[in-house]
Write a protein that binds this ligand. Structure first.
Ligand code: GLU
Length: 511
């Protein structure tokens, strides 16, 4: 079998979209599984869309999620340079090859002339006017001008592009690994520009030439490139590279959570989830978009989530380490249909990955937050807290944000719980409980519980009735981790003082 060489080929036109990370991941999984090579190529031939910092951002993003690059930008390798803007002379040479073989031609039409042509065709009833096998013969190009005229124009510095001479009637077929046979008639394709007037190649030419030179075996990319694939097939044919043409796999689109249309940054902003792997500050607008990393997603959880957007192993297992994904992944099991972007599922994966960590590892997240808050805490205590909280956290920052009460008496109390649960009965029981606890010589979760049972039994009130009020006085909220454990961790004196404060300050309603 052919050696697997795959490439992730982003354009540095801004932050990397999360869908791009999925594309990179599928390429990476195939490379790892087959002990092949993962290449990173920067497709920056469109100078007008170049955004400074984007390339570095892409490289850092891949590093963060754990997609390692064997060859390419930032790493080097036998086919360097891997940045297309540095390969200009190579493309020129291949464009010339196509011209010499009569598969491409020079075109000198100005923007106005192109507009006029489109207008003319529209008036004649053509819906989508194209520069193609028919119209090219009325335009200013090396097919309609004499050799001398062409030479004169070029020597005189007249701007020109090089266009592909797409045949008028030809079926172009390609066998996509995900979609099966795709057939397109050449009349659907216009004479695409291969070299622009600034001397830069277009995406199509650069992409095909580089995939050939870099010996790419599989082109795995987003579905938005499927319409370009027939053109690429044509280029492989005209270059005489059909026998080494890569296999194509066009990945399904990522859809909005409700399945209606393509996922956009706007949807993500509106629904409150990140669309970029790392926080990105748009250099033009200054707008900042928080990334998955900064929002507290673990890279392994994010990769696991992304792997399942359009692929599944065919079993019910959902949690896959990168090694397991590498083993289980199959291009043939990728769906054709678009994948709904369910960000709740991303959170679920994050929860699962957090829970799978040891209390000791989780404690580090809490300790990090506490350090920023200038709160000291022994590792032992942090480990206990992490253990108590781990079933309830989605993000590492939750240990602090949802567990402040372990360190600070509540300043605010949940209004809803106050109005529903704080009444004279609760105050009576909690006052008695406070007094009982203050007299104890030893205190832990068990003692806290038995003392509560004794106090409520003596007053003939079910403990369940006042449990939420007790929790409210200790944490300020109506829900949270095991209350008895919370009391054990904060200690007897703090329990007494918090109940006392609540009893004295919260408004009491008649029960
Ligand atoms: N530069 C293209 C992009 O930005 C790459 C498409 C491809 O992989 O061929 O997505």
């Amino acid at each position: 079998m052919r050696e697997v060489r795959v490439r992730f080929a982003p354009s540095p036109t801004g932050a990397l979209h999360i869908g791009g990370v999925r594309t990179a991941l599928y390429n990476f999984l195939l490379a790892r599984q087959t002990k092949g090579t993962m290449i990173l190529r920067i497709e920056d031939t469109d100078q007008t869309r170049y955004v400074p910092g984007a390339e570095e951002y892409i490289i850092e993003s891949l590093k963060w999620v754990g997609i390692t690059i064997d060859e390419g930008a930032g790493v080097g390798g036998p086919h360097a340079p891997y940045r297309q803007s540095e390969r200009q002379s190579i493309y020129k040479q291949y464009a010339q090859q196509l011209i010499d073989a009569d598969h491409a031609y020079y075109a000198f039409d100005t923007a106005e002339e192109l507009d006029q042509m489109r207008e003319r065709l529209k008036t004649a009833g053509v819906d989508t006017p194209q520069y193609n096998a028919i119209t090219r013969m009325q335009m200013k190009n090396s097919l309609t001008l004499s050799k001398d005229e062409v030479k004169k124009l070029i020597d005189g510095g007249t701007p020109y592009v090089i266009r592909l001479k797409v045949p008028r009637k030809e079926e172009i077929r390609l066998n996509d690994l995900i979609r099966g046979w795709v057939t397109v008639h050449s009349s659907q394709i216009d004479d695409k520009v291969l070299m622009k007037s600034d001397g830069m190649p277009t995406y199509h030419l650069a992409n095909v030439v580089d995939d050939y030179l870099m010996k790419i075996s599989h082109v795995i990319r987003g579905e938005e490139w499927l319409p370009s694939a027939p053109l690429h097939v044509l280029l492989y044919k005209y270059f005489g590279w059909e026998d080494v043409m890569p296999q194509f796999a066009h990945l399904p689109l990522l859809l909005k959570p409700d399945g209606n249309g393509k996922l956009s940054k706007r949807d993500a902003d509106q629904l409150g989830f990140p669309i970029f792997p790392l926080t990105w500050r748009d250099p033009n607008t200054g707008e900042v978009a928080v990334g998955y990393r900064e929002a507290g997603y673990l890279p392994d959880a994010l990769l696991n989530f992304l792997a399942f957007l359009g692929w599944n192993p065919g079993t019910t297992q959902e949690i896959f380490s990168l090694e397991q994904l590498t083993e289980a992944f199959q291009l043939e099991r990728i769906n054709k249909a678009g994948a709904k972007f369910d960000f709740h599922k991303a959170q679920w994966f994050n929860q699962q990955y957090l829970r799978a960590k040891s209390d000791k590892e989780l404690a580090q997240f809490l300790l990090e937050s506490l350090k920023k808050e200038n709160i000291s805490c022994s590792e032992e205590k942090a480990v206990t807290i992490a253990g108590v909280m781990k079933e309830r956290v989605t993000f590492p920052k939750d240990f602090w944000e949802h567990g402040r009460f372990f360190f600070q008496a509540p300043e605010k109390f949940d209004e809803g719980v106050v109005s529903k649960k704080w009444n004279d009965e609760a105050v009576k029981v909690l006052s008695a409980y406070r007094d009982a606890v203050s007299k104890l010589s030893a205190f832990d979760a068990n003692i806290a519980k038995t003392t509560l049972d004794e106090v409520t039994a003596a007053l003939n009130i079910g403990a369940g009735k006042i449990l939420q009020a007790l929790r409210l006085s200790i944490t300020g909220a109506g829900g949270g981790p095991d209350l008895m454990m919370i009391m054990e961790i904060i200690g007897k004196n703090e329990v007494v003082s918090r109940i006392d404060h609540a009893v004295k300050t919260l408004p009491v309603k008649k029960s």
